[in-house]
Design a protein around this ligand. Sequence first.
Ligand SMILES: [Zn+2]
Length: 120
Amino acid sequence: MLREFNLDQPTISRFRKELYSRLKELEDSEKTTTEDHRTVELDQATQGRLSRMDAMQVQAMALETKRRRELGILKIKSALKRIEEDEFGWCVSCGDEIALKRLELDPATPTCIECASKAS
Ligand SMILES: [Zn+2]
């Protein structure tokens, strides 16, 4: 079943490519950060340079980064799923078309501008 749509197949393929490369970036940076984190822990243990507060702050920041990255990965994966299901480009909240400009900025965005502004 085809709905009238502002996205043609070449545009959707372009977004899919973009989403895959963003996904790869996030997954790569996850590896890098895990290694960085290990280095920090090692320094602490051997040199005891960081105070407890600093260490807690570093850990909180690392957790926050990890959380945001995981959210980003989920967001991209569900956008890719919507592409597979021909639901891509439609707001998951109200079902309206998402403006092409908005998708250009973030192809993983699941909602239209109205719903996004209501949520925040
Ligand atoms: Zn909406």
